[in-house]
Design a protein around this ligand. Structure first.
Ligand SMILES: [Zn+2]
Length: 163
């Protein structure tokens, strides 16, 4: 597998999905209108799970948050498999510039978990700037309920995070 693209970043936030992570949105974080999604070309992440995860968000949002992307795009999400510590199913690393705009979000899924769209959709919520939420049926609940969905409040938090 090729290593993930190296980033020059001003800020990186890692959301470990069994860890504690405050409710709400990352400070000053504003995702771009549409986040291009990229699967690491040499990885075996199931494209159907990626499509399902994008649809889980896009159906709930007033306009699509995610689209299949090109590697050259700015402000992208990249997904691949990696052995993760502490029995985590996945995590997300967000890189922001000084204005809080996303540069990139790198999502890692553990190889021993056959990730479905819901696991990935939870990680994509972090890519949108969302922290964990204690509302049980929110996709941002940790550990995730099965199944769980983006709630209106989740969507509002993403949109309200932008000036
Ligand atoms: Zn999480």
């Amino acid at each position: 597998m090729t290593p993930p693209r190296l980033l020059l970043v001003l800020a990186v936030v890692t959301a470990g999905c069994l860890g504690s992570y405050d409710e709400g949105l990352l400070d000053g974080y504003c995702p771009p209108e549409v986040l291009p999604m990229i699967i690491n070309a040499e990885d075996d992440v199931d494209p159907a799970a990626v499509t399902e995860a994008m649809e889980i968000w896009n159906k709930a949002a007033p306009s699509p948050f995610f689209a299949a992307g090109e590697p050259a795009a700015i402000g992208w999400v990249e997904v691949w498999h990696e052995e993760l510590p502490e029995n985590k199913l996945g995590d997300a690393q967000m890189a922001q510039d000084a204005d809080g705009a996303i540069i990139a979000c790198q999502v890692r899924l553990t190889p021993w978990w056959e990730a479905d769209g819901h696991t990935l959709a939870h990680e994509l919520g972090h890519c949108l700037g969302l922290a964990h939420d204690h509302t049980v049926d929110s996709i941002m609940h940790s550990p995730p309920a099965d199944p769980s969905w983006p709630l209106a409040a989740d969507i509002e938090r993403v949109i309200e995070g932008c000036p």
